[in-house]
Ligand binder design. Sequence first.
Ligand code: NAD
Length: 491
Amino acid sequence: MRTKAEWQAMAASLVIESRAFIAGEYVTSQNSQTFTDINPATGEVLAQVVACHEADVAHAVQVAKQQFEAGCWSALPARERKRILLAWAALLREHAEELALLETLDTGKPIGHAQAIDINNTVYCVQWFAEAIDKISGDVPDIAANLHAVISREPMGVVAAIVPWNFPLMMASWKFAPALAAGNSVILKPSEKSPLTAIRVAGLAKQAGIPDGVFQVLPGDGSVGAMLAQHMDVDCVTFTGSTAVGRKIAQASASSNLKRIWLELGGKSANIVMADADLQAAAEGVAAGVFFNQGEMCSAGSRVLVQRAVYPQFIDLLEHAAKAWQPADPLEQNTLMGAIIDRSQFDKVMGYIAVGREEAELIFGGEAVSGTAGWFIQPTLFVSSPDTKIAREEIFGPVCTVILFDDEAQALQIANDSIYGLGAGIWTQNIGTAYRMSRKLRAGSVWINCYEESGDQNLPFGGYKQSGNGRDKSLHALDKYMEIKTTLLKI
Ligand code: NAD
């Protein structure tokens, strides 16, 4: 555990790399443009980051394709790719403090969480897919005496990974680790709001032995993502971000080369508290489920469905639990909630709070934290009917909407009445209730008596409905980056 003063001293001596990483080198953009990257907890400028341009995208895709076709990575035996990816994971581990600090400075998230969640899980993810890749083999089905068939998996080619700002490196690793393990060339497009860790790990990838042009990083705004999504030589786009941009990526694929697209999108997840739940545990779990990472979480349990019979008791416990999530300096090791990513997201969240004051009942919170140069918002709790704007739309901030229900059927009806289907929680001491309800919830993950994504790489993560398609993590993720080939021989 480091003190705030130690983290500040480390921050003061950090040399921040802010260039793109193309063809194995850190480079400026061919049109020399940059954008300003700000620390949302202080408002201070962190770096002028290279803003990639059409020519940079074209160059990166060309190199990625060349390298794929040359086979310097794609044709390596799986055990070789494993060795190099494990070396990269070791370097990431060695630089874990620096990466966590960069993530905190860039996003405003608490340093303790950046270490324990973001960077730890990134290292684990790279390690997990490295270790998995040489355990996978094809199939030889028994089809007929005079035929011999082999079903094999091959890398797809050039994979563009376009990622958001809420867990910048971890979300990226959920994509680049399986895509690289599978033998693809990867181009990573980090969010313009949090590009620094992606840029930093590219140099470590080279140091670990990943060949030039096999892992490249193109910082820039959405136009860079759009160019990649439209490019005829990009074979797959794997995306995490908003449903609105996911739709644009699907359209770009349709109007270009029908590249494979994998979309991890928004959510408005229901966390259901039944009257027979352990209410203390539920209150703590519900608060963490919506306020962790400042509520900037696709899977945030931001609709809290509470059985009417226990409402007065539960709301007191929830209020108490939520008050522990007060925003504070992200560089304090024990801080639970940090700053909102930037001014525009801050305005968006405060806008929803203003709407909530009109259409629902504010229980507590609802204010920005004054006296700071950063973007901090108090944990905020509303009670609402299920059909308000704050109960239906993704806010992506520390705002929790409590909705009352009378029985199980009504809880399920409200929970499933959403365009999204990412996560859902159930709190009950009756295992029958838990299983019956979990089967009826239209969501990619159902958490029973907990509400957490759980860092374990064995667990697939992704959504139903407009929360996306495909799954990150687990062996299912590898399938997204490999084509299946059938080879048939007549004997
Ligand atoms: P966003 O959709 O605005 O941006 C995501 C990325 O897409 C960024 O890198 C951005 O530059 C890029 N982009 C923007 N316009 C583009 C375009 N036209 N074509 C291609 N790329 C483009 O999302 P955000 O604000 O960065 O992140 C918040 C959203 O991400 C929320 O909706 C959240 O639910 C979602 N999210 C989902 C998951 C999940 O696993 N399902 C995880 C984290 C975040």
